[in-house]
Design a protein around this ligand. Sequence first.
Ligand code: UD1
Length: 335
Amino acid sequence: MSKILVTGGLGYIGSHTVVELQDEGYDVVIIDNLSNSSIEVLSRITSITGVKPAFEQIDLKNKEDVKQFFKKYTIDGVIHFAASKAVGESVDEPLKYYENNITTLTYVLKEMTANNVKNFIFSSSCTVYGQADELPITENAPTKPAESPYGATKKMGEIIIEDTTKATDLNAIALRYFNPIGAHETAKIGELPLGVPQNLIPYVVQTAAGIRECLSVFGDDYDTPDGTAIRDYIHVVDLAKAHIVALNRLLKNENKAKCEFFNIGTGTGSSVLDVINAFEKATNKKVNYKTVDRRAGDITSAFADTSLANKELGWKAELSLEVALASSWKWQESL
Ligand code: UD1
């Protein structure tokens, strides 16, 4: 049974991935500093899978703790989620982002190579493409200058990892997520709300729940069929499963390059109004909304060409937008 380190394993995508790993029989050890997660998630994961994952409360900024961790455990692969992810905050506190997302990455990679741990999966983002010139977006689309320090850490992270694979025995896969949404069907884990939501789906759900008065639709004058911006919303459980197949590929030495990049999305673009309509259909709840100005830094349209992941990983998103939105609602109700 391979032992897999999941950093940020109590976070939103991390916790769903831990569940899928355990379901596949992997032995999981989680590192999390609880900066944007709750220790309660550990028992919730346990109640879904019946197996309590090992847990170390470590802040990856503490180099010595990272070193000691890799002395204590014999690890076969690492899935690295731990990072800060609020775009707006990253503009105000860039150094926090460079330290949390880049310094920590170098510490993890350094200890991996020092301890002969060869398999690494990285949480990247479609943000590396910016507004792509062609849609759907393939992995060959050029990366664009980052719109924020957060985006810059994802671009730099990919470069640091690829350089490391060139110089060492490390093999890596960077998964470029489109927009992750939804929650586990048990409603035991999901995205923990923290203050006023910045992302669309948490805002939609809280508006339907009466926590927020009215959703602001940021712009209806985009060059899209209904004027609102288009994204590729992927169910977090489908996304979690992509990590398992990517990990299997590395563990079985089936990767075709030392560092590979895959788009992880559904391949379908949905506008903001599509999302509102799908949510209302899936839940029978009304969403109050009004149109306001565009949000600075937003792009018009992004959705994935997923054929590379379909072909090479044998992975495909299976859950619909409605199913994802219904699961977000069920999660909200459980809160
Ligand atoms: C954002 C980040 C992206 C990050 C991702 C993580 C920005 C500019 N981009 O993606 O880098 O990887 O989150 O999940 O922040 N919208 C509304 N009203 C709202 C909230 C959003 O109309 O209250 C619209 C947005 O304008 C956008 C769409 O909904 O068109 C999706 O927004 P959001 O959920 O914030 O995701 P992204 O901006 O695509």
